[in-house]
Design a protein around this ligand. Sequence first.
Ligand code: AMP
Length: 188
Amino acid sequence: MNIILLGPPGAGKGTQAKILEDNRGMKQLSTGDMLRAEIAAETPLGIKVKGLMDAGSLVPDEVVVEMISNRIEQPDCAKGFILDGFPRTVVQAETLDKMLAAKNKKLGSVIQLVVDEDALLARIEKRAAESATVRADDNAEALKKRLAVYREQTAPIIPYYEAKGMLKKVDGMAAVNVVTDQIDKILG
Ligand code: AMP
């Protein structure tokens, strides 16, 4: 099954995606991780997007659409993929629909991790403290920007999937294993 994990930065999408990889053999496709790899390798694309990412802005839709389009064809996605951080705009959501139709693939659920925004800064600070390499955008200023971007550009995809009857909400403030249980119930 192919799914989308949706939620603001720090909602726990990456944590749950990794658990789904371990438990179900699905593949996490994080556009943020892919872009950070491009930056680390100093590719032309990485150099182009670094400033936008560090500031907490979105990179152009075409960039992530192409990455995802190539990635979902790979054999490691055969048992299903988990889109983590994509789509992030209505244009990306619409393009994803067309892309999947053209590739004869289907989307199962769109799972929204519902979180209390006040708690997100604390979560991001914790991630920065625990992680070996601190992300350039895991600081208070960039997080504020990322949250504003989420509200303005990403939240509108919630009604988009709601209208299609695909949206499932889970309590992202619950303990990690409780969130996993909620997702398991949805996926069956
Ligand atoms: P993330 O790791 O998902 O929090 O993404 C980190 C950053 O990568 C975002 O703040 C954006 O700059 C960029 N990014 C990741 N995914 C997307 C996307 N689907 N569309 C546009 N920008 C993205």
